[in-house]
Design a protein around this ligand. Sequence first.
Ligand code: UD1
Ligand code: CA
Length: 452
Amino acid sequence: MTGRTTLTIVLAAGEGTRMRSKTPKVLHPVAGQSLLAHVLGAAPKENSAALAVVIAPDHEAVAEEARRARRDAAIFVQRERLGTAHAVLAARDAIARGADDLLIVFGDTPLISAATFERLRAPLKSGAALAVLGFRAADPTGYGRLLVEGDRLIAIREQADASPAERAITLCNAGVMALDGRKALDIIDKIGNANSKREYYLTDAVAIVRNLGLEAVVIETSEDEVRGINTKAQLAEAEQVMQTRLRKAALEAGVTMVAPETVFLTADTKFGKDVTIEPFVVIGPGVSISDGAVIHSFSHIVQSSIGKNTSVGPYARLRPGTSLGEGARIGNFVETKAATLEAGVKVNHLSYVGDAHVGANANIGAGTITCNYDGFAKHKTEIGAGAFVGTNSSLVAPVKIGSGAYIGSGSVITRDVPDDAMALERSQQTNREGGAKRYREMKTRGKAPKGG
Ligand code: UD1
Ligand code: CA
């Protein structure tokens, strides 16, 4: 929709009491992203698109999340919770700038799509003052009912104010609307609170538009797309809908999954060509998987970049900051964190590689641990290209293993090992004493070790 400016207002001032959580409702995640981030991601984002988020007074975390998801988000605070129309007017300054199209959406409907926002804007272009998103509810209880005559929208009646006949209507208000941005303030300012809840209902905009002799229309969508989240059960339902969508998109993009229903993805997961994901894999936020990679069963991956033709798992845990080069192999019961493993590195069994850089083609034997934490701080381990670390070795960071170096099985390494050198058992006793001495020194300086 080129040429028309737009302002999207996201209402996120809700308490979310029924979530029974200290976390504000819109910060709960679906497919690894907050409800709010999903809505902001679907809202128009071309250059002429402005965005406002209305939050509750003590919800700075919601403002932060909004700015994280959309750097251009303007934040407005609704001081008192007097209804949806009152919430919209908290963003009065943004509305007063007069965008062509004003879109209003609730922050707790994470399944809404960008295409639906565009469909709602279309009637405004052809002269309507208001377009409301409607859906046929399996159970309409609690929703505002859409009163229509032919294809004209006459009014929206909230549940509490509806007659028994009106309550039988199943065409409901999804809570998303598009208003003529230049008339919007006039219209919303006319909304009163003469109803059973004494709230300023945004839905009264429909009757006002009609009284002004302007046109209001309904655009229909599926119930799945406009599911509002009020409870943890509804959060889980939305997760299911979203996972189904993400799995379908991954399969369409060429990912092989023999049991897609057991694979959990995140909205931002990126796949190359010919990726295979075996059953029971969980992929959290910030993961990209390159061409030809195979993720074996029961692996858990978060904020990691997985190179071409790599093999991960089964039973691998890749934590934030993991980067695997081409052809690297991570085997069973291996954990990585803040670790770059260059091309061809093998860590095939039972190891922890954290705060580490491992050069190309190095081989890390079973049971190797980078001891990155000394009770006070985290330290880095560097392992050079082509190094061989024997099984059951402890690399006490900070430490550097030279390229091509050989570490004998069962070694405890506390001092740097030069390139191509051999570190064998003889040095171990002194190495261990060195570590213990350093620990005692720090303790006597009054630094108590933290857990972890
Ligand atoms: C609203 C609609 C109803 C629709 C339903 C769809 C109104 C009056 N009713 O009802 O027609 O069928 O959504 O789910 O609009 N909010 C604020 N500040 C307020 C009040 C609400 O920010 O003062 C936010 C809430 O956080 C929430 C949204 O607006 O995200 C909707 O408010 P809620 O009270 O849940 O409205 P419903 O009764 O569900
Ligand atoms: Ca609601």
